[in-house]
Design a protein around this ligand. Structure first.
Ligand code: BDR
Ligand code: CA
Length: 426
């Protein structure tokens, strides 16, 4: 969801976001203190990158010579549509093999669309779904993820409970955007299936370790689970061929004027991930806020009779109705679904090399992403003028750490998304 545009170009912060009391959090005070004492992400990231450099065969080597960013779009599967307004059948070029992904997510209305898209796309093989707190507390995101796999009739996909709070901060949620239950306020039955016994960081580590170089992480919520997996297992980074992140912005935030929601919720986790020397694709607000759902598209979802399309239609209709009655939400931007779509049709977005830093210390700017594009060195704020010795020039040479989406084709995105949700596979 986009929380800022009212058509007047003004950016609105989410003033009524909800702060969850730390008493509800499960990370022990000892672990939180240990994390704070040991790092703001940098020490850990340094350890990770050092170990990765020492490994004899990195995941990138194990994965072969394929560039994860340029892998072709795919699918030999033909699906026919039962959507009232779509006559298209969906046919794409054949994949050599589906891309194996773990979806780390905080469902979340646009997360729901992303999960449905992934589960209904033969180009992707979803190995696990790992809910994290974010849009709403874990008490909602976890059952929501279970509900979504049930609705999609994909209970073969394991769902593993993730973090119930950010690494070192109080949880801030955005129920006013996603509804108090995270699914637009639409009541779905309680899930019948249960989460697996492993916790999210454990299942991420196990699946990645069992398949080094094969498993891509698609992170469309706060990065807490991914950071915990990397922190607990310093060798893991070298086994992950790519992380696709929905998060950040080089053109202003949506929860504060500086920060995008996912990075705002857990900036320290984001910094660990950005510093981990893993190939990153960053799909931020610069492109996602251009992918706005229309009422006609909601009607298409409602018209198709399959359970996924019906559920998506209900969630989006409820959000649309809430939006019409005022408040911060003025458009429905499908941030997370665009991130998944970019794995299916890579040319739906245009990428550019950036060195991205995550602000973690700002009183007003935590979670802000700063993107250096290489036309000048990387420059930090000037050091404080104390008697302590320090670096004379706060400058480092440019070295990209991420491919950032700078362009998007919204028509292509919706032409992929809507038929995938409304169609019936044959
Ligand atoms: C991101 O924050 C969440 O509200 C959405 O699900 C998306 O992942 C957009 O800023
Ligand atoms: Ca999300």
């Amino acid at each position: 969801m986009n929380r800022e545009s009212r058509g007047d170009g003004k950016s609105q912060a989410e003033g009524n976001c909800k702060e969850v009391e730390p008493s509800a959090l499960k990370l022990s005070p000892w672990s939180r203190r240990k994390f704070l004492a040991n790092s703001t992400g940098l020490a850990i990231a340094g350890a990770i990158s050092g170990l990765a450099a020492q490994l004899p065969a990195s995941a990138r080597e194990l994965a072969g010579d394929e560039d994860p960013h340029t892998r072709a779009k795919s699918s030999s599967v033909k699906v026919t549509s039962n959507a009232a307004t779509s006559k298209d059948s969906v046919r794409a070029t054949a994949p050599a093999k589906p891309r194996r992904i773990i979806i780390d997510t905080d469902p979340g209305i646009d997360d729901a669309m992303a999960i449905f898209l992934a589960l209904r796309s033969p180009e992707l093989k979803v190995e696990a779904i790992t809910p994290v707190c974010g849009n709403v507390p874990l008490d909602f995101t976890l059952p929501n993820a279970l509900r979504l796999v049930e609705i999609a009739d994909r209970t073969d996909v394991p769902v593993a409970a993730g973090a119930s709070h950010p690494l070192v901060r109080r949880l801030v949620t955005s129920g006013h955007v996603h509804g108090a239950n995270g699914l637009g306020g639409v009541e779905f039955p309680d899930p019948k299936i249960k989460p697996v016994r492993e916790a999210a960081p454990e299942i991420i580590r196990r699946i990645v370790r069992e398949n080094p170089g094969e498993i891509m992480i698609v992170a469309v919520g706060p990065l807490t689970n991914v950071a915990l997996a990397l922190r607990d297992d310093p060798e893991l980074a070298a086994m992950i061929p790519q992380i696709a992140i929905m998060g950040g912005s080089l053109s202003g935030g949506n929860i504060t004027p500086a920060a995008e929601f996912n990075l705002y919720v857990d900036p320290e986790a984001a910094r660990i991930v950005f510093d981990a020397h893993i190939p990153l694709t960053v799909v931020g607000l610069d492109v996602t806020r251009k992918c706005l759902l229309s009422e006609a598209q909601i009607q298409q979802l409602e018209a198709a009779k399959n359970p996924v399309s019906q559920a998506a239609g209900k969630i989006m209709r409820a959000t649309w109705e809430r939006m019409k009655h005022g408040g911060e939400v003025t458009v429905i931007a499908l941030h997370d679904a665009l991130t998944v779509a970019s794995l299916i049709e890579s040319d739906v977005i245009t990428l550019k090399d950036y060195y991205v830093e995550v602000e973690t210390t700002g009183e007003w700017t935590a979670g802000q992403t700063l993107g250096y594009d290489g036309h000048a060195p990387v420059r930090k704020s000037p050091p404080m003028d104390t008697s302590m010795p320090g670096p004379s020039a706060p400058e480092e040479p440019f070295k990209p750490n991420a491919k950032v989406a700078v362009g998007v084709n919204p028509d292509q995105f919706f032409h992929l998304l809507i038929p995938r949700l409304t169609s019936t596979a044959t």
